[in-house]
Design a protein around this ligand. Sequence first.
Ligand code: MG
Length: 369
Amino acid sequence: MKITRITVFQLDLPLFEPYYLSGGRLRFDRLDSTFVRLETDEGVTGWGEGCPWGHTYLPAHGPGIRAAIETLAAALIGCDPRSPEQINRVMDVTLPGHPYAKSPIDMACWDILGQVSGLPLWQLLGGETPAPVLVNSSISTGTPEDMLALIERAAQKGYTVHSAKVGGTDIGLDIDRIEAISGGLPKGHKVTFDVNRAWQPAAAIEVLNSVQARDWVEQPCETLDQCAHVADRVRNPIMLDECMHTFGDHLEAWKRGACEGVKVKPNRVGGLTKARQIRDFGVSIGWQMHIEDVGGSALADTAAIHLASSTPEANRLASWLCHYHLDVDPVPGQGARNASGQAVPTSAPGLGVTPDPQALGAPVAVYEG
Ligand code: MG
């Protein structure tokens, strides 16, 4: 089987309401998503999506995905999409780095492999059953009272696991937020305090040694070095996210004892192939993982839920779904959706999601042999 055509679509995904991270210093209104359709000489078609969370969250850029695919296309035409590992080697030789730009190609190859083998991705990725995955709520930065009200609203929708965004210049306010939320959670609920790298190491150590809360704290500082320094000096379990780009970063974090868990995001690390390698490493060393994508429609969310569902329950925490923040749905009603705080992957062969052609509009690029 050979890839014969690569068709690229661009779609703006407006958020329902502006979203603030990192103590309010980062604001997001809309996401720039790229959809990729791979066609083959045997008539099988696969879909992928790559969608950075704006261009200030990670070193990833919406238009960069399209530019990278322009560079990669000639090397991909003629390759067998049923061999995602080999496809990744071809992409890494043709364009080193730029993992986020390769993710939609890799995802579309997995979609084709699933369709050809007649198996859903959750099974190809190692799952025995389509296990339901807990869905994380996402609580935007605000006053302690506002954030607790958002958690209460999420709880009424069935969420039991929450990601509360903290991290500002006012350390006292962060201490208040953490204590109020940790102490005010509905019974049995769990929270992760996501700092989104806002603190300097000294602030992280001061805040975390001041609070009684012993909940997870995510990405307290910018770099792996800084986070490892903090992890050594606080009692909260640390989750790492934005500073983890390669398998080597994860290996380094493990060697240094920098975290007890990681966020595994296919778009950030280069696609399902590399996310699976990291997931399997995490299982082997006993990390707990949130497996979700950086952003995107229910297509990208569903790919991540396939990987999450196929992960042993002991190593799997909850997954966030980006598409619940969007004002558009280019894959109407399809894929893994939130049902009372849980999402179940589709059991159709492959990814199980096909975009609505009307929603995507005309392609922005077509590459063929
Ligand atoms: Mg995070």
